[in-house]
Design a binder for this molecule. Structure first.
Ligand SMILES: Nc1ncnc2c1ncn2[C@@H]1O[C@H](COP(=O)(O)OP(=O)(O)OP(=O)(O)O)[C@@H](O)[C@H]1O
Ligand SMILES: [Mg+2]
Length: 267
């Protein structure tokens, strides 16, 4: 099958610091690919290069066959992007946020209304559409941000830490919607995550980054089997390839950072 995302030897440095070092991978249509790695591994930098927001120093990335540097406009038409930071306006209603995105996409009249209402319904936000977003729960905000990003039914959707700071029920709600998008529209989805359970449950394949290098790729099952221990978990896989101990429950820095980030996001 022809890959819809093809990344070849991507390279990016900031000053003297190599953030992404010769990374290659590909994603097929209808596939969810998870990019894993410790803080600072280069996940967001890769996403920003693939979404045309950052120019690579070397290598190339093709999305739907278009080069992210030479054909950036074409690439933008076939992707959706939910960034790590908040992308919905809390002072507007859900519907108003959707309207802004629809106008940016050049949608008009009856078609615009239909797409907005269809997507709000798909994401189970119809009842909340008239309420200010600052009164939404974290899960609702995330579902709204995803709705905005897919109004034009992109072939590829990029999500940078889509479930950070969400409670387990809200996370599951986001996962279910991503699975429906993948299944219904055959979207390819690239997400970054720190949650190994999410990688295991949601992703068809994952890539593990460490210090800017892709140190492993495969299905969660393949990577676990490679460990040679039938009881191996994705946590074990992550620790094996990155040398990083995952933070445990109870007030770790990562949790604090995530909670802070979420409270900042929600305002
Ligand atoms: N604009 C920038 N200027 C300078 N350095 C940067 C910039 N963006 C990223 N970096 C550096 O590049 C490295 C990779 O950062 P990146 O944000 O891609 O990591 P990440 O894997 O997304 O981490 P996190 O899990 O914390 O989100 C880090 O060392 C970071 O400090
Ligand atoms: Mg990041």
């Amino acid at each position: 099958m022809k890959a819809i995302v093809r990344v070849e030897q991507l390279q990016k440095s900031f000053g003297g610091h190599v953030a992404v070092n010769g990374v290659s991978f590909s994603i097929d249509a209808g596939e969810v690919f998870g990019l894993l790695g410790p803080n600072g591994a280069g996940k967001t930098t890769i996403v920003r290069m693939l979404t045309t927001l950052l120019r690579p120093d070397g290598g190339r990335a093709l999305i739907c066959g278009y080069d992210t540097c030479r054909q950036a406009g074409r690439v933008r038409q076939c992707i959706g992007y939910v960034p790590q930071a908040l992308s919905a306006d809390g002072t507007l209603t859900g519907y108003e946020n959707m309207l802004i995105f629809a106008k940016l996409l050049g949608l008009k009249g009856v078609e615009r209304e239909r797409r907005i209402n269809d997507m709000l319904h798909f994401m189970q936000l119809d009842d909340a559409a008239g309420r200010l977003v600052r009164n939404y729960s974290g899960g609702m905000v995330r579902r709204l941000e995803i709705s905005q990003a897919v109004l034009h039914y992109p072939r590829v959707l990029f999500l940078d830490e889509p479930t950070v700071g969400l409670d387990p029920v809200a996370r599951k709600g986001v996962w279910e919607k991503l699975e429906e998008l993948r299944h219904t529209y055959r979207m390819a989805i690239l997400l970054t995550t720190h949650y190994m359970e999410e990688a295991d449950t949601v992703c068809n394949r994952v890539g593990i980054l460490n210090h800017g290098e892709m140190v492993a790729t495969g299905t969660p099952l393949e990577l676990k089997e490679k460990m040679g221990d039938p009881a191996a978990s994705m946590d074990d896989v992550f620790t094996h390839y990155t040398g990083n101990q995952l933070d445990t429950e109870g007030g770790s820095y990562r949790e604090l950072r995530q909670v802070r980030r979420t409270s900042r996001r929600l305002g």
